[in-house]
Design a protein around this ligand. Sequence first.
Ligand code: SAM
Length: 360
Amino acid sequence: MEDRRSAMEQIAVDPDVYSADGPYYPDDWQSETTSIGSSIYRGLMENGRRYQNLRHQDYLIPSDDQMFESYEAGHLVALVLDSDRENPLFRAPVRDARQILDIGTGKGIWAIDVADMFPNATVRGVDLFPPPVSWMPPNCVLEVDDILQEWTWREPFDLIHMRIMIGSFDPAEWDRVYKQCYDNLQPGGWIEQLEASPRVECDDGSLPEDNILHTWGPNIFACGEAAGRECDTLDTMHEAIQKAGFVDIQDITYKWPIGPWARDKRFKEAGTVNFHHWMSGMEGWCMWLLTKFGSPEPWTKDEVLVYVAKLRKELKNPRFHIYQRARRVWARKPFPDEVERSAKTQEGSAGKSDISGGKH
Ligand SMILES: C[S@@+](CC[C@H](N)C(=O)[O-])C[C@H]1O[C@@H](n2cnc3c(N)ncnc32)[C@H](O)[C@@H]1O
């Protein structure tokens, strides 16, 4: 009875709360970031999908369980196709790596596998949305951050990796990301990027010209362009990496089969997993793009769902020998003496052309 009565009493006011320099004045109580942890986990719901809400600008792909399932399948496709290599995770010839960064780590799968393979390295994965991971190797750190903000890591990296970042940035932002990578690598450190094309391709005519699967790539490219986030990263990254100052640029193109139609065992396995990559990924890859930038007008959620259902039906046809292209580029940050030499050579050739220009 005593207790109940006291609970109904007027709540007493803390007089200290009004003194700005008082010991109990919580100066961040109105801050929108006070409960940032939980609000970041909640994300933003739109058209039945969950999106990140860390970056004030939208990111076009959802961060939810269905998407994470698709990332897992994409990771396996890349591993299967390089499974004849001792290290199927990356090609950069990094020896004795101490610090490795995975930009846009998604579910963190690549970072975790690399941490397992290189127990002496610290592997960081960074993403706009908290990776849904309950266990990690002790040398793996997954962080939530926007890579376009100023980087605060203190140690320079030996390897910076990105995979399937298509549509994440506009061209100026891409340049900024590559520059940040360059500035934050050790001299002699490596950058590596793997991208896959959204275009469905077929070499033997087994996919009829008028099949709806042919519309997928052009739709994604058109919406990406309208959104200012061109989806042609696979074709532009080599030059962009070179422009940032990297040297020893290497490049390999893959065909990622979609479906188990290939005879070769490795392609068959990769195609089977890639089929699941597409089945679980397609809705998330296109929902934001088509409902915002679909042509001739933005599509409704239901129109997108019907489109994806039609595409899924076609993907199940084992007679279509279809694939998508993927490309891996890796390159080295030059050592200071190389940078100096190259600057001198450039100066020299500029001088020469001045002289010959003067003679004519
Ligand atoms: C298509 S997913 C690929 C995930 C992972 N790399 C993989 O291959 O499984 C791209 C990821 O990049 C992240 N991302 C996009 N923009 C970013 C930014 N500005 N900073 C950090 N991460 C970003 C997204 O949140 C998303 O998880």
